[in-house]
Design a binder for this molecule. Structure first.
Ligand SMILES: Nc1nc2c(ncn2[C@@H]2O[C@H](COP(=O)(O)OP(=O)(O)OP(=O)(O)O)[C@@H](O)[C@H]2O)c(=O)[nH]1
Length: 702
């Protein structure tokens, strides 16, 4: 392990370890510093004590040896010195005379020798009366003490001592101090361990909770073990975790909603029938939907995303010529930040075929800056085909309408409700005999004055605005050049546009009227015939049934008509029949019906004679008698004799009339007719020129 890593581990590890390291190393440093200082002090002190002892010994020996020296008793002198031979740490003690000769020494071998070393020479040269420390070394000390006789130097007593005992003391102190230091450091480390454990237990718990939460155990919460700062921290950590959990829940809901919304939006885009893509400002594709891939034949988005979209799908025009991006309408629109809609260009499929499209592009602007664009498009192949088919169909229809046998007018309804004439076909021109070109742009009233105040104008306006078709049965048009009846069919051809098809049905109408006349009227007298009388009788019966009113039916047959025919001819007979018809008509009300059933047989039906049968019968009788009298009046008839000359024939004629008064609720039509017929024959049988009433049950009435 490198030092850096080691120091890193120590200094940046857990708080507990840091505390231990810092406290331990601080204690160690402190103890070492203090110990070193203390040891230094101790050493100085011990050395000083050693020096003082050396000086004290040298003083004591000098005092002891002074008398022996003055006496010149070298043996005594030697004796004194040998007495100090056993003193502690004394290595050597000797007496030197002023000439440097050793007179006595703890080392007898050097007695008589002269000191010639520099220290000795300097010492001998010195006249000091004070003791002198000659050497003060770690293991050795040498002192010299003058031996004075008054003011006279008699010699120098020199003592050399080892510092073994002093150094042993110092060593013992060192060992003691080292042990003390180690113990102190260990104690400090132990205390710091306990203290840090106490201090960091709570923190470690918080760290453990935070670690569990970080590893996904989001429900983990800190125990509040104390009321100190760590307890407060645990409380707020729990609150923070609760808040985070709540916010995460809300965020989850929001993000789920967002994801749902995004997925919904994505699937919406993908279910769009329109192709869609998004480009950045460089024109590179950043999004396409499913329809894009489908329409342009790509399998997946990777084939498109990141590509320059113009170069990929819009590189050539429909005619095959190059379509540079610089000329692309879409890009020009992007630059101007405008929306654009184009429907006459093509996109190119992956397989190199072209597809006609209509596209819309919208620039995307964020905070005023263009950041890209979105384009949507649809394949308009079918539309073009349909438009072409429509054009062809319209052309065919135009041909058909132009050449149709019926007239056609086209109108447009204006906001002020006026109908403006916008065109006509060839048949319209030939039917109406008008030059329609001159009417284009004019109102219908200006173009066709006979239509002013006509109901057909309102009908046309309704058709143009609502689309409800309109068909006239017949419509009379009296113009300058034409007086005809038309049949008109009008229908909407577009918003506020309509066409009116018309055909001249004047001739057909005349024929229809003729057919109607022949079918329902007697050709000679113009009276309703048997069929029409039967219709009206059934209607009268139905009304009578509902209202309870009575009606009367009379059968009338001329008496002795045949002889007139025989004597004056059929034409005179016809004239009589016509005159009879006229007289009958003037005898009845408008609502009554006079019919000719054939030959000289007529039928008169009186309706709404009231609800009282007696009164109705009386009324019927009055009318019948009136008829009888009227028919009995002489007839002045024009005749032509056998020579072809016109003559006047006066003829008298009567009629036999049978009557039935009926109520619709009481009798059926056949019964009524039969009873009237029977009554008429009864009248004939009674001698003619008379009236007979029949009850419906076949009983002859008075
Ligand atoms: N002029 C003319 N005569 C017709 C027409 N239809 C029928 N007749 C004749 O009318 C006559 C009717 O004959 P009847 O009613 O049987 O004879 P009638 O002389 O009236 O005798 P009664 O009815 O018994 O009084 C026939 O001679 C028919 O030929 C017609 O349209 N014109």
């Amino acid at each position: 392990m490198s030092f850096d890593k080691f120091s890193d581990t120590l200094l940046r590890g857990s708080n507990r370890r840091q505390m231990m390291v810092w406290f331990g190393s601080s204690a160690l440093l402190l103890m070492l510093s203090f110990g070193y200082w203390q040891l230094d002090q101790q050493r100085d002190f011990i050395y000083r004590v050693t020096n003082e002892r050396a000086l004290a010994i040298s003083h004591e020996i000098s005092v002891s040896t002074k008398s022996w020296a003055l006496a010149g008793d070298l043996a005594g002198l030697q004796e004194v010195l040998l007495g100090f031979n056993e003193a502690q740490d004394i290595q050597r003690a000797y007496f030197v005379d002023p000439h440097g000769q050793v007179l006595a020494s703890t080392n007898p071998d050097e007695i008589g020798l002269f000191m010639s070393d520099k220290i000795s020479l300097d010492l001998l040269a010195s006249k000091s009366s004070e003791e002198i420390v000659l050497a003060d070394q770690k293991n050795y000390i040498a002192v010299a003490h003058p031996v004075m006789a008054g003011q006279r130097h008699v010699g120098w007593l020199r003592v050399e001592m080892s510092r073994d005992s002093a150094n042993a003391n110092i060593e013992a102190i060192k060992i003691a101090w080292r042990n003390f230091t180690i113990s102190a450091v260990l104690l400090v480390v132990a205390i710091s361990l306990l203290l840090s454990r106490k201090l960091t237990n709570g923190l470690n718990h918080l760290v453990q909770v935070a670690t569990e939460v970080a590893r996904g155990k989001e429900e983990a919460r800190a125990k509040i073990l104390s009321q100190d700062e760590v307890g407060v921290l645990a409380h707020y950590l729990n609150e923070m975790l609760d808040t985070l959990a709540r916010q995460k829940g809300e965020l989850l809901v929001t993000s789920e909603a967002l994801r749902d919304s995004r997925e919904g939006f994505q699937s919406l885009l993908n279910t769009m029938a329109e192709g869609m893509y998004e480009v950045d400002t460089d024109g590179n594709c950043i999004f396409v939907n499913e329809a894009f891939l489908h329409i342009l034949g790509y399998q997946n988005r990777d084939e498109v995303i990141g590509k320059h979209i113009h170069e990929l799908i819009h590189h050539h025009r429909a005619d095959g010529s190059m379509y540079p991006a610089s000329e692309c309408k879409m890009y020009r629109a992007y630059e101007k930040q405008e929306e654009i809609n184009v429907a006459d260009e093509v996109f190119w499929r992956k397989d190199g075929t072209q597809v006609p499209v209509e596209y819309w592009s919208h620039p995307i602007v964020k905070e005023g800056v263009l950041v890209g664009a979105i384009a949507t498009f649809i394949d308009i192949t079918e539309r073009i085909r349909a438009e072409q088919a429509l054009r062809e169909s319209e052309s065919k229809m135009r041909d058909i309408v132009e050449n149709a046998p019926f007239g056609a007018h086209l109108y447009e309804l204006m906001p002020d409700h006026s109908l403006i004439f916008v065109g006509a076909n060839n048949a319209a021109t030939s039917i109406l005999g008008l030059d329609h070109q001159q009417f284009i742009g004019k109102t219908i009233e200006e173009a066709f004055p006979p239509l002013i105040d006509s109901q057909i104008l309102d009908a046309y306006r309704r058709v143009a605005s609502t689309g409800v078709r309109f068909e006239t049965e017949q419509f009379s048009y009296d113009g300058d050049k034409i007086h005809s009846v038309f049949e008109v069919h009008a229908f909407q051809t577009g918003k506020n546009r309509m066409a009116a098809f018309f055909s001249d049905v004047t001739e057909r109408k005349r024929h229809e009227e003729q057919i109607h006349l022949l079918a329902f009227y007697d050709a000679l007298t113009k009276l309703p015939n048997r069929r029409l009388m039967n219709d009206r009788l059934s209607q009268t019966i139905a009304v009578s049934k509902r209202s309870g009113t009575y009606g009367a039916l009379m059968f009338l047959d001329l008496d002795n008509f045949k002889p007139l025919n025989d004597s004056h001819g059929h034409a005179v007979g016809d004239s009589l029949l016509i005159e009879v018809a006229n007289r009958l008509k003037i005898c009845v009300r408008e609502m009554d019906t006079v019919a000719r059933f054939g030959g000289d047989e007529f039928v008169v039906m009186l309706s709404e004679l009231g609800e009282d049968k007696v009164a109705a019968t009386a009324l019927a009788r009055i009318v019948t008698e009136k008829i009888l009298a009227k028919l009995a009046e002489p007839y002045v008839l024009k005749a032509v004799d056998e020579h072809g000359v016109d003559t006047i024939v006066t003829h008298h004629c009567t009629a036999s009339i049978g009557i039935v008064v009926f109520n619709g609720a009481e009798a059926k039509q056949d019964t009524i007719l039969k009873c009237a017929d029977d009554a008429m024959y009864a009248a004939k049988d009674s001698g003619r020129n008379t009236i007979r009433f029949f009850e419906l049950d076949g009983v002859l009435a008075s």
